[in-house]
Design a protein around this ligand. Structure first.
Ligand code: GLA
Length: 387
């Protein structure tokens, strides 16, 4: 891969003097959805696919960006001095955003860079190609400009870039999972404190299988922002009677005790999802520690049902996939993963049933929707690295 990136780089930017190649992974979230902006737990793992970046410093202050995935777009060029939030809606906004955010946080970046990007992760599938792009940019800024910064802080700056520069109000999960990934482990992260623990993925004779629905409804970002607002209003209502800073500070019993303070039915259901999902995530991590894959799978199923019914972020195509999956005895659990309204499902499938799983899901999904899904059997990958 390194040679391929370097050869593209020299084609586009002339030579490969002082050029380095880096990688940052995408992620799949096993459970803990829409909890990260409610101060709850998440349980994602990094993937072995993600975003590669070949880069070298320039003598002037231009940032020159090229994506091998979008060759027709050519090289985008912008002087560092002209970076400004929402300047572009293109993919390069993520790269620009990280440069801008490092500078805003006082890190010195004294010259521009040539950057060639290549992603081997399906884009728009809810597997966090954008977080991987932010993290790989953070890592190359760290190394090229000699900045002393931890991977956790790179994740935090990546999120800040996405919130303020790109203008998407995501939580910290995706950037954290990409920056802090560990091979064969999931990350159990408390988004309130950023305390985390690695949990070895021991699934005995089963695997993580991702099914890409190949649909992405345009609702994603507008509905994401609406969900955040609904959770904020639910929090405001509860704060009238109980002193908390985030919904997930409540456990399920406390929620049941205070839920009547939330007058609006929709906001109450959103809060219910977040609080129950947080508890499911804590239990799922324990189940994994205890090798209880059946319980882990059941919690994944409950997570999906809650995302479908109370949080209302699923969609027809994803429900078709989940329902087909649950018809198979080899499947321990199946749920939507990521922000919602399309993207992928994550499934735990017994190894000896993976062949028939692929066939059954592909045929059934095609019959119901006319779309051929993509199916990937994955193992958790490591965090960012230099090739
Ligand atoms: C998107 C966001 C994350 C998280 C998930 C939902 O992936 O980027 O921060 O909120 O949705 O769990």
């Amino acid at each position: 891969m390194k040679e391929r990136l370097l050869s593209w780089f020299s084609e586009i930017f002339g030579d490969t003097n002082n050029t380095e190649v880096y990688f940052a992974p995408g992620r799949v979230n096993l459970i803990g959805e829409h909890t990260d902006y409610n101060g709850g737990h998440v349980f994602p793992c990094a993937l072995s696919v993600g975003i590669y970046a070949a880069a070298s410093k320039r003598e002037d202050d231009l940032l020159c960006m090229y994506s091998a995935n979008y060759p027709d777009a050519g090289i985008a060029k912008v002087p560092l001095s002209l970076l400004a939030p929402k300047r572009t809606l293109d993919w390069c906004g993520y790269v620009e955003g990280v440069f801008h955010t490092f500078r805003k946080n006082g890190y010195s970046i004294d010259c521009g860079m040539n950057i060639l990007i290549y992603g081997d992760i399906p884009e728009g599938a809810g597997l966090s190609s954008s977080a991987a792009l932010e993290v790989v940019t953070g890592v190359l800024i760290r190394d090229f400009y000699g900045i002393d910064i931890s991977n956790t802080d790179i994740a935090i700056l990546g999120k800040e870039a996405e919130n303020n520069y790109v203008g998407t109000s995501c939580g910290i999960m995706d950037q954290f999972a990409s920056a802090m990934g560990k091979k064969d482990n999931a990350i159990f992260l408390d988004t309130n404190t950023l305390d985390y623990e690695y949990a070895p993925i021991k699934l005995s004779d089963a695997s993580i299988v991702i099914v890409n629905s190949k649909v992405k409804h345009s609702l994603v970002s507008s509905q994401y922002n609406i969900r955040r607002k609904e959770c904020e209003s639910a929090l405001e209502c509860i704060r009238a009677g109980y002193d908390i800073d985030a919904l997930c500070e409540l456990n399920v019993d406390e929620y049941e005790q205070y839920s009547e303070l939330i007058l609006d039915d929709v906001c109450r259901r959103r809060a219910k999802h977040a609080i129950y999902e947080n508890e499911r995530t804590i239990r799922a991590k324990e189940a994994l520690n205890n090798n209880d894959i059946c319980l882990f799978g059941r919690l994944m199923n409950e997570s999906h049902d809650s995302l479908r019914d109370d949080y209302e972020v699923s969609c027809e195509e994803i429900d078709v996939l989940v329902n087909l999956s649950r018809e198979l005895p080899a499947v321990f659990g199946s749920r939507i993963t990521g922000g919602g309204f399309g993207g992928c499902t994550v499934n735990i499938v017994a190894n000896d049933g993976i062949g028939s799983f692929k066939e059954y899901i592909s045929n059934g999904y095609f019959k119901a929707t006319g779309i051929e899904p993509e199916i990937y059997v994955v193992t958790p990958g490591c965090g960012p690295y230099k090739l």
